[in-house]
Design a protein around this ligand. Structure first.
Ligand code: ADE
Ligand code: ZN
Length: 343
């Protein structure tokens, strides 16, 4: 009997190309890596059992997540740890369709554990260089200040980053939002601006819409991380649309941290309908159930987004990024090619 040749597999649909702009590198620390690094660095974890650790990934709000996020970071000790973490993310991101990644890290969280800032920066920067060479990825690095720590500490970290000549594109603001308004960080953001650094800030995740406005007006933030609670303020929405202020939305994160009642209740469709410059990101993919391709798939299925809507989200990510005009042209061409390949 002659073998019937199998039909060739259907051509793989190319993954939607995009820029990922809201990503905490420490939030890519997957459970197996937590356990492996704990082992290699002799760190005793509060929850060393894998199954028990995984059971702790049910969050009630931002602070319940941050407690585990900071706890797990204890395993990151050396430049090699930060390089391994970053390399692993970049490989997964490239498979997810990410062509350009703007990545935050939390210097204070590592300094507080006695990890030298030089080791953190060296490890991440080495992996970013490897990602450019091996994966063709472009990247930008942002030092995010913890808003529930004193502003003077952020200022000292900025001084140290400058002294190290750290390859950062800018600064960000993250951690617990409620009770820590943007006004606390006016001076350090002004200093970063004078140094020619880009400025981004988490706002309107759990905190009020006023934090979005104040991040723009007081901190001169060029991009807002999350910003979903802007939708509670129609005048702000009108301004964000008019000024094309980028909002890096993270639907899986918002659902898992109960910033929205469910993914189906996420305001992404309303944000798109209002003409806002929203893009889709993973935030802390090891904690929230997926990388940026998973986030795109989830919003596509939940909101029945068509290919044009997906291409708009991807194009918004390019517009919201800090890439060069030449790189932006390449990214837009890749998105157009993806769109043309869709049925
Ligand atoms: N740090 C890491 N993820 C964060 C988030 N979603 N909000 C604020 N700070 C964070
Ligand atoms: Zn975030």
């Amino acid at each position: 009997m002659t073998a019937v040749p199998l039909a060739p597999p259907p051509p793989a649909r190319p993954t939607l190309p995009c820029a990922e702009l809201h990503l905490h590198i420490e939030g890519t620390l997957e459970v197996p890596m937590v356990l492996e690094m704990a082992d290699r660095n002799g760190v005793v974890l509060p929850t060393p059992d894998e199954a028990a650790l995984r059971r702790r990934y049910e969050f009630t709000d931002l602070s319940s997540f941050l407690a585990l996020y900071y706890e797990n970071m204890a395993v990151l000790r050396t430049a090699a740890d930060f390089a391994d973490l970053t390399r692993t993310y970049l490989r997964r991101a490239a498979a997810a369709g990410v062509l350009h990644a703007e990545i935050m890290f939390d210097p204070q969280a590592h300094l507080a554990r006695g990890v030298p800032l030089g080791a953190v920066v060296e490890g991440i920067a080495e992996a970013l260089d490897d990602g450019a060479r091996d994966l063709g990825l472009t990247t930008a690095l942002f030092a995010a200040f913890l808003r529930d720590r004193p502003a003077a500490e952020a200022d000292a970290v900025l001084t140290e980053l400058i002294a190290l000549d750290a390859p950062i594109a800018g600064i960000g603001l993250d951690s617990a939002e409620v009770g820590y308004p943007p006004s606390l960080f006016v001076d350090v953001f002004a200093r970063a601006e004078a140094l020619g650094l880009h400025r981004i800030a988490h706002a309107g995740e759990e905190g009020p819409a006023a934090n979005v406005r104040d991040s723009l007006d007081l901190l001169h933030a060029e991009r807002i991380d999350h910003g979903i609670r802007s939708m509670e303020d129609p005048a702000l929405v009108e301004r964000l649309a008019r000024e094309r202020v980028p909002l890096t939305v993270c639907p899986l994160s918002n659902a898992r941290l109960h910033a929205v009642p469910s993914l189906a209740a996420h305001p992404l469709p309303e944000m798109l309908a209002a003409g806002l410059n929203v893009c889709v990101n993973s935030d802390d993919p090891a904690y929230f159930g997926g990388y940026v391709d998973d986030a795109f798939a989830a919003v596509r299925d939940t909101f029945a987004l068509d290919t044009d809507a997906l291409a708009t989200l991807a194009a918004n990510s390019v517009e919201a990024s800090f890439v060069s005009p030449e790189r932006a042209r390449d990214l837009r061409a890749a998105i157009a090619a993806w769109r043309a390949a869709q049925p």
